[in-house]
Design a protein around this ligand. Structure first.
Ligand SMILES: C[S@@+](CC[C@H](N)C(=O)[O-])C[C@H]1O[C@@H](n2cnc3c(N)ncnc32)[C@H](O)[C@@H]1O
Length: 223
């Protein structure tokens, strides 16, 4: 017989929306996360500190990481919050999801999230949408993130025009917008008090726009 937790998880997940054939398997492979682009994804961020910071600042019971890579952040959040927290990550990379090797990291497309409406207190998106093929894909992904979120969406994406001569040039990236442009896409769907357009400053900390301006002490910060 199913216990209460199992029952609620079953009703949360919309199984018909799970990816059957991994769409991006060939691009986001082992070489992507542990070679060419990230030399070692496990050490890309200080996952423990990022988790600690997010938990302290946003006080959530449910959390979704959209495009969670190998699941490092959600695993750390789950570890720190304990069993009671509902934590999920989704990614379209078969390699990443297999590497995560945990039930709460799921193979799915950010344009078709397998979760019911308004489920998550916090939805986190870090450089995932720049990999989508068109603006209409970006809009659909934003719509989906908004649909499943109840409170806050934390968003950071790619703002710079890519330098093709750089060592870590990522040819998979498709969409480049300034911070202001990304913010304006979000505004179409959600009120600004529900979205934090952030920047990772290092040492496990994301800053929102006000904090960035303070940190840079009113020096012009590129938006
Ligand atoms: C640059 S990585 C970022 C990973 C993680 N968010 C981080 O910052 O460490 C981009 C991720 O987006 C995922 N991704 C790309 N297109 C996606 C899609 N349509 N749906 C879900 N995930 C996608 C890739 O598989 C990859 O793991």
């Amino acid at each position: 017989m199913k216990n209460k937790t199992q029952k609620s998880k079953c009703s949360l997940l919309q199984k018909d929306k799970l990816i059957k054939k991994p769409v991006l398997q060939s691009k986001f492979n082992k070489n992507y996360y542990f070679g060419n682009i990230y030399s070692n994804y496990d050490e890309f961020l200080n996952w423990k500190e990022v988790a600690k910071d997010l938990i302290k600042r946003f006080k959530f019971n449910s959390f979704l990481d959209i495009g969670c890579g190998c699941g490092n952040l959600v695993k750390e959040i789950k570890k720190q919050k304990g069993k009671s927290a509902d934590v999920y990550g989704i990614d379209a990379s078969d390699f990443a999801v297999k590497k995560a090797n945990i039930s709460f990291v799921i193979l799915a497309d950010c344009q078709n999230l397998p979760f019911k409406d308004n489920y998550f207190d916090v939805v986190f998106i870090l450089t995932t949408y720049s990999y989508l093929y068109s603006i209409s894909d970006v809009r659909q992904a934003i719509r989906e993130a908004y649909r499943v979120s109840r409170r806050i969406i934390i968003f950071e994406d790619v703002y710079d025009i890519p330098d093709k001569t750089s060592d870590n040039y990522d040819s998979c990236r498709q969409q480049f917008f300034s911070r202001k442009q990304w913010a304006s896409f979000w505004k179409t769907f959600t009120k600004s008090d529900r979205i934090e357009i952030c920047k990772y400053i290092g040492q496990g900390r994301f800053y929102n726009t006000i904090e960035i301006h303070k940190k840079y002490n009113n020096k012009k910060y590129e938006t």
